[in-house]
Ligand binder design. Structure first.
Ligand code: DGT
Length: 142
């Protein structure tokens, strides 16, 4: 394997924020790649940052909430040609505050059974069965 390819996979952390049988999605804003797609709130892990800390920061910056980050429930990869993302899906068992559209163009609570109808990034769509399974089976402890 070519060592120069190290660093290709960018870690991206996302939160599974549930309310009953619904999950929170955010509309990626204009000016960002994948604008118009509905994502699980989160973003890239910065250099030297712990993934859980990165998600706590992103959820605070993007939604204005103070979240407790639980266990990683799912991982996936997706290649965008020049780079690839390593997606980590975390439980978000508790949070303080009501999510606000600080960063996204919109937020919505979607029934887990209706997720397939949403305009999701291909990175998520291709693992949607696993995402739905995990959403339907929350765990409380890390
Ligand atoms: P920045 O500072 O503009 O690079 O943005 P960050 O750090 O807020 O990160 P972001 O959200 O632009 O990067 C996440 C990448 O992962 C982006 O290429 C979209 C992709 N992605 C695919 N599925 C998801 C998802 O469910 N949630 C998030 N947040 N990103 C996803």
């Amino acid at each position: 394997m070519d060592k120069k390819r190290r660093g290709y996979w960018i870690p991206v952390v996302t939160g599974m924020i549930r309310k009953g049988d619904e999950v929170l999605l955010g509309l990626r804003p204009e000016g960002h790649n994948l604008a118009g797609f509905w994502e699980f709130p989160g973003g890239k892990v910065e250099a030297g940052e712990e993934p859980k800390d990165a998600l706590k920061r992103e959820l605070n910056e993007e939604l204005g909430i103070e979240a407790e980050i639980g266990a990683v429930r799912l991982t996936g990869t997706h290649s965008y040609g020049e780079t690839g993302i390593l997606l980590l899906f975390f439980e978000v068992p508790y949070w303080k505050g009501e999510p606000k559209t600080v960063h996204h163009s919109g937020l919505k609570w979607v029934k887990i059974e209706d997720l397939h109808k949403e305009n999701l990034p291909e990175a998520n769509r291709k693992m949607l069965k696993d995402i739905i399974y995990v959403l339907n089976n929350p765990v409380k402890s890390p």
